[in-house]
Design a protein around this ligand. Structure first.
Ligand SMILES: Cc1cc2nc3c(=O)[nH]c(=O)nc-3n(C[C@H](O)[C@H](O)[C@H](O)COP(=O)(O)OP(=O)(O)OC[C@H]3O[C@@H](n4cnc5c(N)ncnc54)[C@H](O)[C@@H]3O)c2cc1C
Length: 427
């Protein structure tokens, strides 16, 4: 059996690896000249810039992979035992991420803190409930607006009142095994002393991991080879690229929804139309150099604040990347972001950073991600209608959890399904 894998981001690279390890003949296609998709790094003026994720959790599975790929020497452990801030009413306020911070933070009034304690007596998510409605009902309006809403929805650049629980936070809670009170789950975790895996990166950034995954299976992956069409061919498929046609028995798609829709229009119109419905939010990452030296992980900036920045990561402090700060901009925080030049965007965001922190900053670089981050808004209801045609598999960040550990697990599962179906099971 031959399997074609479209896309060599972390999902595609992991699927190629999993299938090759199971002895399957696999051929991967990547449109760009470099592997890694969203997870890539770039060196500019002596700074290591991350073009997507800024750090990973060193889970057991990740640690095993690092050893298998011989990357242990390049591994760098960060320090996330530092505060996270919310920019509110012109000030940086500590987000309560520990019991101590929950008591000391001035982000919430005493009434706001007491209201959180009622959470165990509230009901689980209701049908059709939005993330904002859910968080407000569970934890009170103050915690929902000032802290929990921005903490969750800020990742995706979507207003929490546009995110349906069932397709967003609800899924994340179920994935973490939380089906009752969130507060009691947190308390049990604290009492049980369950360790959260350390955060990590590599000397030259997370692109090191993408590059090593690629190198391990380079013979099976064609870079700079965009797939233009997928067609049925008897029991299998033809994958068309500018260089010709490759016949395969099964196909794994790992691209974002819009590319997947284009590729599948020749196989199944209905699936292609469903895929077109998923919304993404473009995101710009602006890298700044600054002498700002307060310890911290970064800042959330709620969608209702007037800043053009929606969040910042303080690489300087928690990843020991001297003087480096990454700022995120999305159309919710700056609607004209796609109309201004990169130079203007860099300068404007440096000024906004100074407003947030009080420290001047100089732009280093700008990176735009399009279509961007899955919005997980109401358009995600399309998931209910998404059934891949027989012989086509999705291993995509938009159908399951987008985090890197989740991508690796999904790839292993898809490879397992394919190899079972080869021997007649699971079809
Ligand atoms: C700003 C940002 C920060 C993030 N931070 C974190 C974090 O801290 N921790 C974490 O765990 N996760 C984080 N994530 C999520 C995680 O990075 C992504 O979900 C993950 O990298 C997606 O990988 P992927 O392979 O599924 O998709 P992608 O990386 O999008 O890869 C898809 C690949 O398909 C290729 N492609 C598309 N069309 C075609 C075609 N027609 N033919 C051939 N190739 C094609 C693309 O070029 C691309 O390389 C972050 C994401 C973003 C955007």
């Amino acid at each position: 059996m031959t399997v074609g894998v479209v896309g060599a981001g972390v999902s595609g690279l992991a699927v190629v690896r999993e299938l090759s390890n199971r002895g399957v003949d696999v051929v991967g296609f990547e449109a760009r000249k470099e592997p890694g998709g969203i997870m890539r790094s770039r060196q500019v003026d002596g700074h290591v810039l991350e073009l997507g994720p800024q750090r990973l959790r060193l889970t057991e599975q990740m640690s095993g992979l690092i050893d298998e790929l011989g990357l242990r020497e390049e591994l760098r452990i960060g320090d996330d035992d530092q505060p996270m801030y919310v920019y509110l009413d012109g000030e940086l306020k500590v987000v309560p991420l520990s019991v101590r911070e929950a008591f000391t933070t001035d982000l919430l009034s005493i009434g706001g803190k007491v209201r959180i304690l009622k959470e165990p007596f509230t009901e689980p998510p209701r049908d059709g409930e939005t993330v904002e409605e859910f968080l407000t009902r569970k934890f009170g309006r103050q915690a929902a607006r000032r802290y929990l809403g921005p903490l969750y929805s800020g990742l995706y650049g979507t207003d929490p009142d546009e995110m349906l629980m069932e397709y967003s936070l609800g899924k994340a809670l179920r994935g973490a095994g939380i089906d009752g009170s969130i507060l009691l789950w947190l308390i049990r975790k604290l009492i049980g002393g369950r360790e959260v895996p350390e955060i990590c990166t590599f000397e030259d950034g997370l692109g090191t991991l993408s590059d090593a995954l690629y190198e391990a299976n380079a013979d099976s992956i064609r870079l700079e080879t965009p797939v233009t069409e997928i067609r049925r061919d008897g029991d299998g498929f033809e994958i068309a690229t500018a260089g010709g046609v490759t016949s395969v028995d099964e196909v794994v798609i790992t691209t974002q929804a819009d590319s997947a829709a284009e590729l599948l229009s020749g196989v199944d119109d209905g699936t292609a139309e469903t895929l077109e419905r998923f919304n993404y939010n473009p995101i710009a990452m602006v890298y700044l150099e600054s002498a700002f030296d307060r310890p911290g992980i970064g800042t959330l900036v709620p969608w209702y604040e007037s800043s053009k920045i929606s969040g910042t990561t303080w690489n300087s402090s928690f990843l020991h990347r001297d003087g480096l700060f990454t700022c995120y901009v999305d159309p919710g925080s700056y609607p004209e972001m796609l109309e201004v030049s990169e130079e203007t965007l860099g300068e404007e965001i440096a000024r906004e950073f100074e407003t947030l922190t009080g420290s001047p900053a100089t732009p280093i670089d700008v990176h735009l991600i399009e279509p961007g981050m899955p919005a997980y808004d109401r358009s995600w209801k399309a998931l209910d209608e998404l059934t891949p045609p027989d012989g086509i598999h999705f291993c995509t960040a938009f159908t399951e959890r987008p985090g890197i550990p989740g991508r690796l697990r999904h790839a292993a599962r898809v490879a397992g399904q394919i190899t079972e179906s080869e021997s007649g099971f699971g079809r």
